[in-house]
Design a protein around this ligand. Structure first.
Ligand code: NAI
Ligand code: NAD
Ligand code: ISE
Length: 337
């Protein structure tokens, strides 16, 4: 049976996920959409040729009898209420990051899911599905570079809009590194700190850009993440793991090396939608397949909570300049190890 999905939020990633469900993936169809800008939702229905009803709001969509699973791709601060509403109706829900904008909000979701008694939530952390990160994890797990000691990362976007604020460098952007490094190293965070280099002229007056996030894990690994969201030149994700006996780097996306106009060059992507396009396909196909088999897997509400606790600590560290401890609640047995 084809899984009938309702999409809440038809912005950049909501449209892209609706497109992939409709044109690239198998086993699901979009039957419902909603957006606080209903005109935009209607346009997406037309543009993608969906046979979908446009609902007045997310709650009506979740309640609709034909909506079997929910995709939350609205603005971050709305995620918690929609995920909780889906859980209350026992409907599986794929929620884009962040699961909620505070750790407390994520914990409310964790508690609701545990009370429900069965996993319903998958968080849209797609990097663990990326071939490059999986290859890097294989190198680490098969002991080819010895125990990881240091990780150097960079997360660079060409530019951001005026609405992007200093804390969003953590909650919207570095949240991907917070999540994927926890998975890559099979570790949790102990403490974080944020330091500010000289500011770029290309950032808005209210935005600190670039920033350096320093994290220490429970096992003692030291991590530095450069986040630079007005780097101008491209969308560039770097990750280098220094181990006891060797160094391993996240592979670059494949591109044709070119000799032209007196240059030997390789193109760099500029759009985040392209950089992890295969990973988005795999994560969402995984959600569809799992729900059709009566279960939900992938990044869990607990992973969303762990990322939010760490992000909250980073935002505090941005403001104080201090080394801030990361304190997580005990992990419920419901979420395994
Ligand atoms: P966007 O601003 O393009 O789209 C958000 C949409 O949600 C807008 O159309 C807005 O009108 C709608 N919306 C806001 N409140 C709503 C409500 N109460 N009910 C219904 N619709 C509502 O933003 P974008 O870039 O699509 O991001 C959406 C979410 O996806 C964010 O949480 C973001 O962090 C996440 N995201 C994840 C990415 C990833 O790589 N996994 C990449 C980009 C975004
Ligand atoms: P797994 O799914 O058993 O996960 C191992 C551990 O990592 C678990 O304790 C889990 O809680 C944690 N984890 C999983 N995703 C996480 C995340 N995003 N952030 C933090 N912690 C996370 O082991 P696996 O087979 O290595 O799978 C890792 C992820 O990749 C899972 O989300 C899984 O569904 C997905 N996966 C993808 C493919 C693929 O072909 N791309 C294949 C298998 C699994
Ligand atoms: C955006 O929301 C994403 O998730 C992208 O992956 C990230 O690179 C960007 O900085 C965020 O704003």
């Amino acid at each position: 049976m084809t899984l009938k999905i309702g999409v809440i939020g038809t912005g950049a990633i909501g449209q892209d996920h609706a497109r992939r469900i409709t044109q690239s993936l198998s086993g699901a169809t979009v039957v419902a959409v909603t957006d606080i800008h209903p005109q935009q939702a209607q346009e997406v229905v037309q543009k993608l040729g969906l046979n979908a009803t446009v609902y007045a709001n997310g709650h009506d969509l979740i309640a609709a009898a034909d909506v079997e699973a929910v995709l939350v791709t609205s603005w971050g601060p709305t995620h918690e209420e929609f995920v909780l509403a889906a859980i209350a109706r026992g409907k599986p829900v794929f929620c884009e990051k962040p699961l909620a904008v505070t750790a407390e909000g994520c914990m409310r979701i964790v508690q609701a899911e545990v009370e429900h008694g069965k996993r319903l939530v998958q968080v849209g952390f797609m990097r663990p599905y990326d071939k490059g990160y999986r290859a890097l994890k294989n190198v680490i797990d098969s002991d080819q570079i010895g125990a990881p000691l240091i990780v150097h990362c960079a997360h660079r976007n060409p530019s951001v809009g005026d609405g992007y604020t200093t804390d969003m460098a953590i909650t919207d952007t570095v949240i991907h590194e917070i999540d994927v490094l926890r998975w890559l190293l099979d570790d949790d965070y102990a403490s974080v700190q944020v330091v500010y280099p000289k500011k770029t002229r290309n950032a808005s007056s209210h935005l600190a850009d670039p920033q350096i996030i320093l994290m220490e894990t429970a096992k003692g690994v030291r991590i530095d993440v450069e986040v630079f969201v007005n780097c101008q030149y491209g969308y560039d994700i770097q990750c280098e793991v220094v181990g006891e006996t060797g160094i391993a780097r996240l592979p670059e996306p494949s591109a044709v090396p070119m000799r032209s106009q007196a240059r030997n060059s390789v193109a760099i992507l500029t759009d985040w939608k392209q950089r992890f396009i295969d990973a988005y396909d795999v994560e969402l196909q995984g959600f569809i397949d799992a729900v059709r088999q009566g279960e939900v897997g992938g990044p869990s509400a607990w992973d969303g909570y762990a990322a939010a606790v760490t992000a909250d600590a980073c935002v505090l560290a941005q403001k104080t300049g201090d080394i801030v401890p990361v304190r997580m609640a005990p992990r419920p047995a419901f979420y395994g190890r």
